[in-house]
Design a protein around this ligand. Structure first.
Ligand code: ADP
Length: 281
């Protein structure tokens, strides 16, 4: 879930070439903002989920204590203890509600941004510790799907989550292929992240976007629920389909920014499709 709305960082939303800033410095900058936001998102998700889960048992304790107090008869000491018990449960519920309200779910600061640039940066972050040669990466950005209204850091969280999940799903496979791009979808722009992995397992498919659902030994299971919260806060939708090759095809929509006249400079045009190293010794 997103962090509280930040003041838009105008400099950060400019392209590196506009800012005339060395890429390594900008990368460190992006990495820092990204890590901060990821931490806030994970903590917020935890707080909101815990608050939601604790609310019901705390209300139940309060109700049981009140019922027990009514039938406690003449034992004033027992009635006093039960009343205190109910008060403490109500107090705990208030604390939980305060934590939940402080988590500020799904607030985003929207600005017009160039989608291909934003996605390319996110892929750099997602693949920082992955050998680039081990995956064939296709960028498919339609020229009409360039300008979006988005919170850069938050949408990058979504892309990084989807790309990391895709890479993890394909990690034991000899052939790894990832398609990332965007196309117009009515009034919106639809982004896709499609992998050549085994697809979503039936065990998690029905609860995929719920928090703490994972089939990974080290997984936290919050990536997709956070991502859905971010996309919905942008007025979009995040969903998964089965890719034609059997892998997972994740899609999300974003609102279109007012047209700019500049050409959509896609990473594909600048860098082309990446090929893996030939297999073998
Ligand atoms: P985590 O990655 O910590 O498990 P997520 O919320 O990001 O948490 O993902 C939840 C689950 O969704 C994963 O554990 C995995 O089972 C499934 N999943 C997500 N992306 C993919 C994918 N590209 N291919 C197959 N399964 C996926």
């Amino acid at each position: 879930m997103p962090t509280p709305a930040e003041a838009p960082d105008k400099r950060a939303d400019q392209r590196p070439e506009q800012r005339n800033e060395p890429w390594t410095r900008r990368r460190a900058d992006i990495q820092f903002q990204f890590t901060q936001a990821a931490r806030m998102n994970a903590m917020g998700e935890l707080a909101v989920t815990l608050a939601h889960e604790l609310n019901q048992p705390l209300a139940a304790i309060n109700n049981y204590a009140a019922a027990a107090e009514r039938i406690a008869g003449d034992d004033a000491e027992l009635r006093d203890l039960l009343r205190k018990m109910g008060e403490q449960a109500a107090r705990a519920a208030e604390i939980v509600a305060r934590v939940r309200d402080g988590a500020h779910r799904s607030e985003v600061a929207l600005a017009p941004l160039a989608l291909p640039e934003l996605v390319a940066e996110a892929i750099d972050l997602a693949m920082a510790d992955i050998a680039r040669e081990s995956v064939v990466l296709h960028y498919d950005f339609d020229d009409r799907a360039c300008d979006v209204l988005a919170d850069r850091v938050q949408v990058q969280q979504v892309v990084v989550n989807l790309v990391r999940n895709a890479m993890e799903a394909m990690q034991d496979l000899p052939w790894r292929e990832l398609r990332v791009g965007a196309a117009p979808d009515g009034d919106l722009i639809r982004v896709h992240v499609i992998d050549s992995g085994p697809g979503v397992s039936p065990g998690v498919a029905a609860r995929l976007f719920q928090p703490f659902v994972t089939d990974k030994p080290q997984g936290m299971g919050v990536g997709l629920s956070i991502s859905r919260g971010i996309v919905e806060a942008h007025g979009g939708r995040l969903w998964v389909e089965r890719a034609s090759g059997g892998g997972a095809a994740f899609y999300f929509t974003l609102r279109r920014a007012p047209e700019t006249k500049r050409a959509c400079e896609t990473p594909a045009r600048r860098r082309g499709t990446r090929r893996p190293r030939p297999a073998g010794p």
